[in-house]
Write a protein that binds this ligand. Structure first.
Ligand SMILES: Cc1cc2nc3c(=O)[nH]c(=O)nc-3n(C[C@H](O)[C@H](O)[C@H](O)COP(=O)(O)OP(=O)(O)OC[C@H]3O[C@@H](n4cnc5c(N)ncnc54)[C@H](O)[C@@H]3O)c2cc1C
Length: 162
């Protein structure tokens, strides 16, 4: 990423914020707004302009990947970037846990205690489905905490002696 020509593909506040984040890695960041996606609000638009991030609207999902570049068709013609960063967000798949009665945040994330226990005894959660950082290292750390808690909770009920 560092000092590369970066394209960020994503709409609304999310796309704008991701482009601003990546501006710390490169002076050459372009925000590509997918067709039909909302534009960033005035506050983000102002920051994008101040950061010299070019925004191109109504970009179709037409990408041609080469060994060292990606070509993207835009209303301004085909543009070449070193890298493409998708900023399309994520869907929180907590429905299954919700059917068991697990508490969720307004966004739909599972709420857990400091040991990854959900509100349902015997049900634990870790990673992006829990409100948090959305980073691999964080998800793995929470997984480790959950595994230890599961072991300890099982041991409480019935000692796991050999
Ligand atoms: C474009 C993008 C770039 C990213 N870049 C980085 C990065 O550079 N560094 C970083 O640390 N993090 C990055 N992340 C975030 C990182 O990918 C996530 O934080 C991490 O993958 C979370 O792991 P997870 O196991 O919680 O969830 P996931 O990796 O999403 O795994 C959940 C799995 O559960 C499956 N699943 C969902 N519902 C069900 C169901 N009902 N039944 C069975 N299976 C189900 C899904 O198919 C999926 O395989 C990025 C994310 C995106 C989208």
């Amino acid at each position: 990423m560092t000092d590369k020509r970066i394209a960020v593909y994503g709409g609304g506040e999310r796309g704008g914020k991701e482009a601003l984040f990546l501006r710390s890695y490169s002076a050459d960041v372009t925000l590509l707004l997918p067709i039909g996606e909302p534009r960033p609000g005035p506050h983000i638009a102002e920051r994008l302009e101040a950061a010299a991030i070019v925004t191109i609207n109504d970009v179709p999902d037409s990408f041609r990947f080469q060994s060292d570049a990606v070509l993207i068709d835009t209303p301004d013609g085909a543009l070449r970037f070193d890298t493409l960063y998708p900023a399309l967000g994520s869907d929180i798949r907590s429905e299954l846990a919700a059917t068991l009665g697990a508490d969720r945040s307004e966004e739909g994330c599972l709420t857990v205690d400091t040991h990854q226990r959900t509100s349902v005894p015997g049900l634990y959660a870790a990673g992006d489905v829990v409100l948090g950082l959305d980073q691999i290292s964080h998800a793995m750390g929470e997984g480790g905490v959950a595994a230890t808690t599961i072991r300890n909770d099982l041991d409480e009920g019935k000692p796991t002696w050999r």
